[in-house]
Design a protein around this ligand. Structure first.
Ligand code: BMA
Length: 365
């Protein structure tokens, strides 16, 4: 069969990637810049992040330009976390955030110069239950499995969404996104978690997913964050690791160690491990999720969380830390106006090493 030379030339990287089982990584310039800038900031600064920050807070929803974090410290977080569970199935997420609003907030965050990261609490494709229905399923959604088509449909919806995150209404350029699929797999609460799959199947699903987004759909704006929950050692951290070609940020989700000041030293140890692993592989270490629900200790920010990070020369080399959402009075991980930990939170973000959005250098240049 005769192929025009130019096409063969264009197909070569993809063919090579498929042969080598590597995803082609044609990242757009701003996404490369985000990666490089986060990596060079990491040794000296920690960006502060908050889930669903612009969408709602404790006792408010969808108020223009509002943020509980800004209400407390005068600035927005530097990292904005978002959740897309139920994408393609419903016009709003499992946390009842409308996807069209999400698109708008992601663009707002980008325009402010902030970083966007997305998690995906995908319903169990085998049972139709939620992400927390931990019936085994991964083997069935891999290519050849009975639920593969169902998974592909879900993944298509994710790719469609990521592909609409343009930098402006009339722009084709896509906003850089840190996508964090199948997180906390070292715990057993999600269907993709430990005990419900094998490391090989988990890795195969991860690679399939990244390949699909980058190669099949050609998305050039997606960095990938791998984020187990608390792990005991390096072997446990790497047990499900899909490989350096499928991961850009090496994260850790850790609520466990910050729930009690006596355990905070374990956060330091675990972060040291993540930082050392990430640095040795040219990746970016992050505390991808943390927090203490309701923050009942008024000095928790400086005396537990930040102390466990800032006082250690290795653990403090993470690029960012992100706390979870401010959903309601009994489920919130950031402070809000009048919160007992508000003053301490201000002390924490006023540390010159902690960055909120207006303190960021131009992270996409
Ligand atoms: C959990 C809780 C849930 C939420 C889920 C996905 O930690 O906040 O209420 O639905 O995350 O965002």
């Amino acid at each position: 069969m005769k192929l025009p030379g130019i096409k063969v030339f264009l197909l070569l990287p993809v063919a090579f990637a498929l042969m080598a089982n590597l995803p082609a990584q044609p990242l757009n310039q701003e996404t490369k810049n985000l990666f490089n800038n986060l990596k060079s900031l990491a040794p000296s600064q920690v960006l502060f992040g908050h889930q669903d920050d612009l969408a709602y807070g404790v006792q408010w929803k969808k108020e223009r330009h509002r943020s509980d974090i800004k209400d407390v410290c005068g600035d927005y977080p530097a990292v904005f976390g978002w959740e897309i569970g139920h994408i393609g199935q419903s016009p709003f997420s499992l946390d009842t955030v409308w996807f069209k609003d999400l698109r708008h907030w992601i663009r707002e965050a980008y325009k402010m110069g902030g970083v966007n990261t997305i998690s995906w609490h995908l319903d169990n494709p085998c049972t139709g239950g939620s992400a927390w229905d931990n019936t085994d399923c991964i083997a069935d959604i891999l290519p050849g499995g009975s639920k593969h088509e169902m998974y592909l449909q879900q993944l298509e919806a994710v790719a469609d969404f990521l592909g609409t995150l343009t930098t402006g209404l009339f722009s084709k350029q896509l906003i850089p996104i840190i996508f964090r699929p199948f997180h906390e797999h070292s715990g057993d609460w999600f269907w993709w978690g430990k005990g419900h799959t094998t490391p090989e199947d988990y890795k195969a699903l991860y690679r399939f997913t990244v390949n699909y987004l980058r190669q099949v759909r050609g998305l050039d704006n997606v960095l990938i964050c791998y984020s187990p929950d608390v792990i005991a050692d390096e072997a446990a951290y790497l047990e499900f690791y899909p490989g350096d070609n499928f991961v850009d940020l090496m994260g850790l989700d850790d609520y466990h160690d910050v729930g009690n000041p006596r355990r905070a030293g374990d956060l330091t140890k675990r972060l040291r491990l993540v930082v050392e692993l990430a640095e040795s592989r040219g990746k970016i270490p992050v505390l991808s999720e943390t927090g203490l629900n309701m923050i009942p200790e008024p000095d928790w920010w400086t005396n537990v969380l930040w102390k466990a990070i800032a006082d250690d020369p290795v653990a403090s080399r993470i690029a960012y830390l992100m706390v979870w959402r401010n959903a309601r009075t009994n489920h919130h991980f950031g402070p809000f106006r009048g919160h007992p930990s508000a003053d301490d939170f201000v002390r924490f973000v006023n540390d010159p090493r902690v960055l909120t959005v207006s303190e960021l250098p131009k992270i996409y240049r």
